[in-house]
Design a binder for this molecule. Structure first.
Ligand code: DGL
Length: 274
């Protein structure tokens, strides 16, 4: 069991910001990462569709033999974590709970902001989790859908990123929050511009970083931490491996290798093909 991989999935490349944090904390672990690049973005889709896609990704990774599953996508964590936790025989961690806890720890003013995709914000998952830990905290949340294509186009340093960040974040400045959760996998790439707009005093929460700590703790508790592996990653994508390689390498800050293209994520196809 200890030698098995950590399974992670996301709607596409965004989850690599989570993978980066998990690798930094657990360099000895091997990771299988699935990016559903054929069907990205999930953030504008319905809860039913997001849940169906999440189950398909999870089943695929299970068939590869993983010891833990990390839902490295805020939208999937917001809409499908409960179902995955109920259905799968291995521990399943999402990115919402760790991010919400860190926000609660970082707000002296008891005012937290959440930014994410439309589906994540509409689900109210962050609010519900924050309420569970600290009912006295008030939460202001807002979808920032244009942030995803800005990052996908590599425009995070362009003035357009700053203009859009100013527009999206003005309500949070007015509301005088002191902690802001980047509730979408892509947003850590925009952290500099978010910081510039929000100012130095605000705690900006990277949910991937917090999730990595939970992954480590869970593996330790269950005694399935790989004590002396060499680590490494294998990537699976459902479309455009070349684009994944190019933009993903930029996300990770290192060259991505070992990418396999999957024709379909429908689990009936795996059963037939294996
Ligand atoms: N990975 C998604 C998230 O964290 C963002 C991209 C998408 O909409 O699929 O919510």
């Amino acid at each position: 069991m200890k030698n098995l991989s950590i399974g992670m999935f996301d709607s596409g490349i965004g989850g690599l910001t989570v993978l980066k944090e998990v690798r930094a904390l657990l360099p000895q672990e091997h990771i299988l990462y699935l990016g559903d690049t054929a069907r990205v973005p999930y953030g504008n889709k319905s809860p039913q569709t997001i849940t169906k896609y999440a189950l398909e990704s999870a089943i695929f990774l299970l068939t590869k033999g993983v010891k833990i599953l990390v839902v490295a996508c805020n939208t999937s964590s917001a809409l499908a974590l409960d179902v995955l936790q109920k259905k799968l025989p291995i521990p399943v961690l999402g990115v919402i709970d760790p991010g919400a806890r860190e926000a609660v720890r970082n707000t002296a003013k008891k005012r937290v902001g959440i930014i994410g995709t439309k589906a994540t914000i509409k689900s109210g998952a962050y609010e519900k989790t924050i309420m569970k830990y600290a009912p006295e905290v008030s939460v202001l949340s807002k979808p920032c859908p244009l942030f995803v294509p800005i990052v996908e186009e590599g425009l995070e340093k362009d003035m357009i990123a700053e203009l859009i960040a100013k527009k999206y974040l003005e309500d949070f400045k007015k509301a005088d929050i002191d902690a802001l959760v980047m509730g979408c996998t892509h947003y850590p790439i925009l952290e500099d511009v978010i910081r510039k707009v929000m100012g130095k005093k605000i705690a900006i929460i990277n949910t991937g970083r917090e999730t990595a700590k939970d992954v480590k703790e869970t593996l330790e508790k269950r005694d399935i931490l790989n004590p002396r592996g060499r680590g490494g990653c294998n990537f699976f994508v459902t479309d455009s491996p070349d684009t994944f390689k190019e933009i993903g390498s930029h996300f990770l800050g290192e060259n991505i290798r070992n990418i396999k293209f999957l024709k379909s994520l429908d689990y009936k196809d795996f059963l037939l093909s294996s």
